[in-house]
Design a protein around this ligand. Structure first.
Ligand code: ELE
Length: 288
């Protein structure tokens, strides 16, 4: 039951990555019991980062921990290869990539070749990032059978879909990425890669503890709170809202997202904090 955090990338108002804030945040998440960090994920605005920024994030986090999965995906395969080679010298858990996207009707063969290219030059294990709602492509287990895949992060509302990976690819770790499915993913898969670990790591770690102790009802009650938070965050733009809530729940500043993931206005941030206040109190009661 691993809990992996797809860490946000903190930016300053000028759109520059705040490396110190990133490190402070990572240290705190690990202290709170998070097992590993997924670098340049969706919540980390990976697809909106330059190659140099992706590399910079890895370098910064490497000072804090080596429990890192390095997401390198891009439509520019030269950039992908450069990042993979860069990470080859580093002692990390693995490299990952979302599938190619945007271009419609790519043959399955192209998806397979994309991952084969990464696997061919990487010295690390491969973690597949499947996010069909975002990329337009659902990576079938069949194309992964001959690749050195260590894990799959399936960001998918359909738990049965994640289970298909488990059933078809024995020995491969399968994580679901949906915040609303954390309880079920901890119970039936190898763990989660959930964006809410950025602001309520304690809650998710507590859920795991409760499940381990067989207190399933209590774990489910925490899931209910997470789902209610998810409904609220969606109205504001979930990723943007997370930046505000890291400060609200963890007590330090992680700056802003970068447009086109626009930061919340002061009014929006205030309204978000008001809306989540009753849930925050409930969470504090249940977790402490
Ligand atoms: C997931 C989010 C999605 C995290 C990443 C992740 O950021 O790389 O609940 O589906 O909005 O994308 O946790 O959460 P939902 O894998």
């Amino acid at each position: 039951m691993e809990i992996i955090s797809p860490i946000i990338t903190p930016f300053d108002k000028q759109g520059k990555v705040n490396v110190d804030a990133l490190k402070t945040h990572a240290k705190n998440l690990l202290e709170k019991g998070i097992d590993a960090i997924f670098v340049n994920g969706t919540t980390g605005l990976g697809p909106a980062l330059s190659k140099d920024e992706k590399r910079q994030n890895l370098n910064a986090l490497y000072d804090v921990t080596h429990k890192l999965i390095f997401q390198v995906g891009s439509l520019n395969l030269n950039d992908v290869m450069e990042l993979v080679k860069f990470s080859n010298e580093m002692d990390i858990l693995g490299v990952s990539s979302h599938s190619p996207y945007y271009f419609p009707r790519l043959p399955e063969k192209f998806l397979a070749k994309y991952y084969e290219e990464i696997a061919r030059i990487s010295s690390h294990s491969l973690y597949i990032y499947n996010y069909p709602a975002a990329t337009g492509y659902d990576i079938p287990p069949s194309i992964l059978k001959s690749l050195p895949v260590k894990g799959i992060k399936d960001t998918n509302q359909d738990l049965a879909h994640s289970l298909e990976y488990k059933l078809n690819l024995p020995g491969v770790k399968v994580y679901n990425g949906s915040n609303t499915l954390i309880y079920y993913s901890l119970l039936s898969l190898d763990g989660v890669v959930a964006s809410f670990t950025n602001f309520i790591p304690e809650v998710i770690v507590k859920q795991r503890d409760l499940i381990k102790q067989g207190k399933l009802d209590d774990a489910l009650r925490l899931q209910e709170l997470i789902n209610r938070l998810a409904d609220i965050l969606r109205k504001y733009g979930s990723i943007s809202a997370i930046y505000v809530l890291v400060n609200e729940f963890q007590g330090y500043d992680v700056g802003y997202p970068r447009p086109p993931i626009f930061p919340l206005t002061d009014e929006e941030a205030l309204s978000l904090k008001r809306e989540i206040e009753p849930l925050k109190r409930k969470i504090q009661e249940l977790v402490h």
